[in-house]
Ligand binder design. Structure first.
Ligand code: ITT
Length: 434
C-alpha cells in the first residue's frame, strides 16, 4: 500500500474539465491526483521562420508553475527576467511530444501554442501537461474543423505521459511528489495510442537500474497509460451520457452489441475508439466468470460502465467442447480453421445437437456489477453454409430453422441469437438501474 492507498500499478484519479476558460480555442483543466494543470491551446495564423513558406504548420508549448503551486512559494520566472532552465527543458519536451501526434502538413501554415500552467504540483507536472495539453490541442483542432478551416484532421494519434519509478524495492506507477523525491529511479515515459514510445527520460539517482527493471518500468508505464488514453478520449466525446465501453477486441461482437444497444438508446464506445489496448487473461471456469474478468479489466482502465460478452459453442457429442475455449479451439489461428477442425472432429458422431451460450457481464462502478445469460439451441450442419456472421455461424442451424446463422441477415440472427437473448435480459436490468 502506498501513502495514498493506491496499489503499485494504479494511476491516480484523472479528471478533465473541457472548455474551462472562454477565450482559448482549446481549454482544459487537467487533474491527476493532486497535480492540477491548466492547459490552453491557442491558434495563431503565423508560423516561426523555419517553417514559413513550407505549407506546414507548427505546434509549440509553454510551461510554467504558479508561485504557490508548491508547498513553499517559488519566484516567478519574470521576476528573474529569464525562464528557468527547468521550465525551458520541460516546455521543449511538451512541444516535441505534442508534435509527435500531429501531421503538420495537414495543419497548414498556422501554429497552435499550448500553454501549460501548473496550478498545483504533486509530482508528474510535465507528464500531466502533456496528457492534458493533448486534449487542449485536440479541442482546438476540433474547433478548426467545425469552423471549416481544416478539412482533414491533422491529429494522427493520441499522446500521453506517465511517470514510473523505483521507490525502495517497489516499482511504482504515477509517482506523487513524496514518492518522486525518495525514488531510486524515476522515469517519464511518453507514448502514443499506437503503442509506440515518443520519449523516455529515466534517471537512476540512487542505485543503478538493471535492464530487467527498465523493462518492468516500461511495461508498467504502458499499462498505466491506457487509463490516460481512455480519459483523453472520453473528455473529447460529444455525448458522454449513458455511454458504455464494450469490453471486447472482437469487432464482430462489438457490431452486434452496437446494433442492439442503439435500440435501447444507449451509446457504445469500443476500446479502439478510446485508444486503449487490453488483453485480459480469460482464466475463469465459466462463460460468466470470463465475461466478468473482461468487463472488470476494461472498467478498471476507463472507469466508465463496461460491458463484456463471453460466448461459445457447446457441442453435445464433444462433451460440451469447444465451450469456453471456442475462441482458441485446437489453438487454431482463425475462425475458419477452428470451424473446419470442429466439423472434422464431428465426422460420424451423433447427436449433432449444440447450443451457443452467451454471458454478458456489466461492471457499473467499483462496487456494482451483474451478469446475465442467453442460449440459442440448434444443431450442426455437415459443412459450412453462408458467409454471414462470424465464428461458428456457418455451421450452426438454430432450432426450428433450415438455414445456418451464416446464411441469415444480421437482423434475422439478432432475433434468435444467444447474444440477443442475453442482451434482452441485460436491457431489463439496465433500465432498472438507470
Ligand atoms: P473477446 O474476448 O475480446 O470479447 P473473443 O472472440 O475472444 O473476443 P470469446 O472469448 O467470448 O470472444 O470467444 C467467443 C468465440 O465463440 C468466438 O471467437 C467465436 O468463435 C464463438 N462465438 C461466440 N459467439 C458467436 C456467434 O454469435 N457466432 C459465431 N461464433 C460465435
Amino acid at each position: 500500500m502506498r501513502t495514498d492507498g493506491r496499489n503499485n500499478s494504479d494511476v491516480r484519479k484523472i479528471e478533465i474539465k473541457t472548455d474551462y476558460t472562454m477565450y482559448a480555442e482549446g481549454s482544459v483543466l487537467y487533474r491527476q491526483g493532486n497535480t492540477v494543470v491548466l492547459c490552453n491551446a491557442s491558434v495563431e495564423d503565423r508560423v516561426p521562420p523555419h517553417v514559413l513558406g513550407t505549407g506546414r504548420g507548427w505546434v509549440t508549448a509553454e510551461y510554467s508553475m504558479l508561485p504557490r503551486a508548491t508547498s513553499t512559494r517559488n519566484q516567478r520566472d519574470i521576476s528573474r527576467l529569464k525562464l528557468s532552465p527547468r521550465s525551458t527543458e520541460i516546455q521543449r519536451l511538451i512541444a516535441r511530444a505534442l508534435r509527435g501526434a500531429v501531421d503538420l502538413e495537414k495543419l497548414g501554415e498556422r501554429s497552435i501554442v499550448v500553454d501549460c500552467d501548473v496550478i498545483q504540483a504533486d509530482g508528474g507536472t510535465r507528464c500531466a501537461s502533456i496528457t492534458g495539453g493533448f486534449v487542449a490541442l485536440a479541442l482546438a483542432v476540433k474547433k478548426l474543423m467545425a469552423d471549416g478551416v481544416l478539412k482533414e484532421n491533422p491529429i494522427t494519434k493520441q499522446v500521453a505521459a506517465l511517470s514510473v519509478g523505483i521507490v525502495g524495492d517497489d516499482i511504482l506507477c504515477d509517482l506523487c511528489y513524496k514518492e518522486d523525491s525518495s525514488a531510486q529511479t524515476d522515469m517519464n515515459v511518453i507514448m502514443t495510442s499506437n503503442g509506440g514510445f515518443v520519449e523516455i527520460q529515466g534517471t537512476a539517482e540512487g542505485r543503478e537500474l538493471t535492464r530487467r527493471e527498465t523493462e518492468l518500468l516500461l511495461d508498467l508505464a504502458q499499462s498505466g497509460m491506457q487509463s490516460l488514453f481512455a480519459a483523453q478520449s472520453l473528455a473529447l466525446l460529444d455525448n458522454k451520457e449513458n455511454t458504455f465501453l464494450i469490453a471486447t477486441n472482437n469487432a464482430h461482437k462489438a457490431e452486434e452489441f452496437r446494433r442492439i444497444f442503439s435500440k435501447l438508446g444507449l451509446s457504445l464506445v469500443t476500446p479502439k475508439e478510446l485508444g486503449i489496448i487490453c488483453l485480459p487473461e480469460e482464466n475463469g471456469d465459466s462463460f460468466e466468470q470470463n465475461a466478468l474478468i473482461k468487463a472488470k479489466a476494461f472498467y478498471d482502465i476507463a472507469k466508465i460502465p463496461a460491458v463484456a460478452d463471453d460466448s461459445g459453442l457447446c457441442v453435445d457429442a464433444l462433451d460440451g467442447a469447444p465451450g469456453i475455449y471456442s475462441a482458441r479451439y485446437g489453438d487454431m489461428p482463425d475462425d475458419s480453421s477452428r470451424l473446419e477442425l470442429l466439423l472434422k472432429n464431428m465426422r460420424g458422431k451423433t447427436p449433432r445437437t449444440a447450443r451457443f451460450e452467451c454471458a454478458i457481464a456489466c461492471v457499473m462502478s467499483d462496487s456494482e456489477s451483474f451478469t446475465v445469460t442467453g442460449t440459442a439451441e440448434g444443431r450442426l450442419a455437415d459443412s459450412p453454409m453462408g458467409d454471414g456472421g462470424f465464428g461458428y455461424d456457418p455451421a450452426f442451424i438454430p432450432s426450428g430453422c433450415t438455414k445456418t446463422f451464416g446464411q441469415m441477415s444480421a437482423s434475422e440472427k439478432d432475433e434468435l441469437s444467444h447474444r440477443a437473448k442475453a442482451l434482452e435480459k441485460f436491457s431489463e436490468k439496465i433500465k432498472e438501474i438507470l
